[in-house]
Design a protein around this ligand. Structure first.
Ligand code: FRU
Length: 543
C-alpha cells in the first residue's frame, strides 16, 4: 500500500505517528511558539487522550517534544482533554484543561510548568491539591461541560474571567457558555447569567472568545476591554455538525453577556471559520508580533482502516492571522501566517491567460504539483456580465452540480492535484450569479467528487458566498500539500479546507489546470503565480 505514503504532508504540522485532534494551549513563551494537541500515543484512532507538545520559532518548522500531560489522575484518567493557556501579567503561565474523570464527569483542571525558566516548557505539574478546580454547574449534564478558554483580566476588579461551553437540553438543544471569575486560578465563582445562549445549536465545544480591533490591522491581547474600536468574536465548534462558527458582537462585562452585531448571524448559525473539513479551532495572542493567530484541526476523510494502515491521522492547518474586515465591516479575514512564505522556493508567473467558455488549460510548472502556494486573480469579461440576465434561483455549492454544473458565469477556477487526463482533480472555483434583486452574487467552493479513485473516502462539495465589493477583482490563494488543499477567497473572507487522497495524481503525475465551465463568459486570469513549496522541518526530540 505504497499509495498511502504520498498522503503524508510536507509543510503542515503533524505528529510523527498516531492520532491527533484539537490544538490546545497555543502560546508564545520566551522566544518559542508552543503547540499542544489532543494526542493518542498508542494508535491512529481517537482514545487514551494526552497532550502532545511541539515548539517552533516560526510556526512552520517544529521540534516534537515529549508528551506534556498524560491521563494519570482520577480527575483526568479518561482523558486530558482540550484547554487553553493564560499568561499572567507577572509572566506566570497557567494552563486550564478539561479532565474526563474516573466516572466520566467533565471537570476543569489546573496545571503549570514545572520549571517556568525552561523556554521549552517540557515538564508540567498538575495541581493535585486543588484539582478539579471547576465542576459542572447544577442542571447541566456532567458530560456537557468542557474546553475552558484563555482567561481575560478586569484590572478594576482584580479578577480573571474565562468561559466554558455547554448545552442546555431542556431548552431545545441550546448551546451555551458559562463564565467563571477567579483571582488565583484555584478558586472560581460562577458569574450569574449566560454569556450567550443559542437555541438548536447543541453542545458548544472549544469555545473561543477574544477582542478584535475594528479599525486597525492589529491583534489584541485577550484582556483588552470592549470599546469604540473593539468588538468581541465568539467562536463555537458544534458537536452536531462538526463545523466551527463565529460571530462578531459586543461584550458587556457588567451583565455578563455578549450580543451579536447581526442577530441573523449569531454564533452557531451564521458565519463559519472555514467551510470545509476544519474543527476545534483556537486562537492566541502572539505578543511577539502583535497579532492574533488561529489554529485549526483538520481530520481525515478516508476510512479508519486506511488510517490504521497509514499509522497516523489528522493534521493542523497552517496557522492563520485573524483580522477584522474593515471593508465589509461584517466578517473576519483569515490568512496564512506570513512565515509560510519562507517555504516558497521557485515561482512561475502567468499573466492574462484567457479562458474561453468551456475550456481547460494546463499550467506548465516543473516537476510535481504536490506542494504549492498559488495566488490568482480572475476577471469576467464585461459584456458577459451585462448579458447575464438569468437570475440566480438559489445556487448552493453543495447541491448545484459542483465544478461540472454549468451556468452563464461559472464555475471557473483551478484544478489542483489533478492527473494529466483529469481522472482525478480537486476543483477550487468561483461561481457568479445575478440575484433576483439584479445584483451579482459570488460563491466560492471546493468540489472533491473527483479527488480520488478510491471509494472509502467521504467526498463532498463545500462552500459559501463570498463578499465582493464594487471595483474588487476576484482573488484566491491556495495552499496544496499532498492530501490537503486550503483556500482563501477575497483576502480570507471565505476559507475552505479539503482533505483529498489522489491515487493517480501523486508525485510527478500531479498537475495543475485552469478551467472555465461558464457557458457564456470568457474569464481572464489577470495574474497567476505558482510557488513550489519546500518541506518544513519536523524534527524528533532528542535530549
Ligand atoms: C473536540 C473535543 C473537545 C474535547 C476533545 C477530546 O474535538 O471533543 O470537546 O475536549 O475533543 O479529545
Amino acid at each position: 500500500n505504497n499509495m498511502l505514503a504520498f498522503q503524508r504532508t510536507a509543510f503542515h504540522f503533524q505528529p510523527q505517528k498516531n492520532w491527533m485532534n484539537d490544538p490546545n494551549g497555543p502560546l508564545f513563551y520566551k522566544g518559542w511558539y508552543h503547540l499542544f494537541y489532543q494526542y493518542n500515543p498508542d494508535n491512529a484512532i481517537w482514545g487514551n487522550i494526552t497532550w502532545g507538545h511541539a515548539v517552533s520559532k516560526d510556526l512552520i518548522n517544529w521540534l516534537h517534544l515529549p508528551i506534556a500531560m498524560e491521563p494519570d489522575r482520577w480527575y483526568d484518567i479518561n482523558g486530558v482533554w482540550s484547554g487553553s493557556a493564560t499568561l499572567l501579567h507577572d509572566g506566570r503561565l497557567v494552563m486550564l484543561y478539561t479532565g474526563s474523570t474516573h466516572t466520566s464527569v467533565q471537570v476543569q483542571n489546573l496545571a503549570h510548568p514545572a520549571d517556568p525558566t525552561d523556554p521549552l516548557l517540557i515538564h508540567w505539574v498538575k495541581s493535585d491539591a486543588h484539582n478539579p478546580v471547576i465542576v459542572p454547574p447544577k442542571g447541566i449534564n456532567f458530560k456537557d461541560f468542557r474546553d475552558p478558554t484563555t482567561a481575560w483580566y478586569n484590572s478594576e476588579l482584580g479578577l480573571w474571567y474565562l468561559a466554558i461551553g455547554s448545552k442546555n437540553d431542556s431548552a431545545d438543544h441550546a448551546g451555551t457558555a458559562f463564565v467563571y471569575s477567579t483571582r488565583d486560578f484555584v478558586h472560581y465563582e460562577l458569574v450569574p447569567g449566560l454569556l450567550r445562549f443559542v437555541v438548536g445549536t447543541g453542545m458548544w465545544e472549544c469555545l473561543d472568545f477574544y477582542p478584535i480591533h475594528i479599525e486597525e490591522a492589529v491583534g489584541l491581547d485577550t484582556s483588552v476591554r470592549p470599546g469604540k474600536s473593539v468588538r468581541h468574536v465568539m467562536k463555537v465548534s458544534l458537536d452536531n455538525d462538526k463545523h466551527d462558527y463565529y460571530a462578531i458582537g459586543r461584550y458587556f462585562q457588567e451583565n455578563n453577556s455578549w450580543v451579536p452585531d447581526d442577530p441573523e448571524l449569531d454564533v452557531g448559525i451564521g458565519l463559519r471559520v472555514d467551510y470545509g473539513k476544519y474543527y476545534a479551532s483556537k486562537t492566541f495572542y502572539d505578543q511577539d508580533k502583535g497579532r492574533r493567530v488561529l489554529w485549526g484541526w483538520t481530520g481525515e476523510t478516508d476510512s479508519e482502516r486506511a488510517d490504521l494502515l497509514k499509522g497516523w491521522a489528522s493534521i493542523q492547518t497552517i496557522p492563520r492571522t485573524v483580522l477584522f474586515d474593515t471593508k465589509t465591516g461584517k466578517n473576519l479575514l483569515l490568512w496564512p501566517v506570513e512565515e509560510v512564505n519562507s517555504l516558497r522556493f521557485s515561482s512561475k508567473n502567468f499573466s492574462s491567460l484567457q479562458l474561453t467558455a468551456g475550456s481547460v488549460k494546463p499550467l506548465q510548472i516543473a516537476g510535481a504539483a504536490t506542494q504549492l502556494d498559488i495566488t490568482a486573480e480572475f476577471e469576467i469579461d464585461g459584456s458577459s456580465l451585462e448579458a447575464a440576465i438569468e437570475a440566480d434561483v438559489g445556487y448552493n455549492c453543495s447541491t448545484s452540480g459542483g465544478a461540472a454544473g454549468r451556468s452563464a458565469l461559472g464555475p471557473f477556477g483551478l484544478l489542483v492535484l489533478a492527473d494529466s487526463d483529469r481522472t482525478e482533480q480537486t476543483a477550487v472555483y468561483f461561481y457568479v450569479a445575478r440575484g433576483t434583486d439584479g445584483l451579482l452574487k459570488t460563491y466560492f467552493c471546493h468540489d472533491e467528487l473527483r479527488s480520488s479513485k478510491a471509494n472509502d473516502i467521504v467526498k463532498r462539495i463545500y462552500g459559501s458566498t463570498v463578499p465582493v465589493l464594487d471595483g474588487e477583482i476576484l482573488s484566491v490563494r491556495i495552499l496544496v500539500d499532498h492530501s490537503i488543499v486550503e483556500s482563501f477567497a477575497q483576502g480570507g473572507r471565505t476559507c475552505i479546507t479539503s482533505r483529498v487522497y489522489p491515487t493517480a495524481a501523486i508525485d510527478g503525475a500531479a498537475k495543475l489546470f485552469l478551467f472555465n465551465n461558464a457557458t457564456d463568459a470568457t474569464i481572464t486570469a489577470k495574474s497567476l503565480t505558482v510557488w513550489k513549496m519546500g518541506p518544513a522541518l519536523m524534527r524528533p526530540f532528542d535530549m
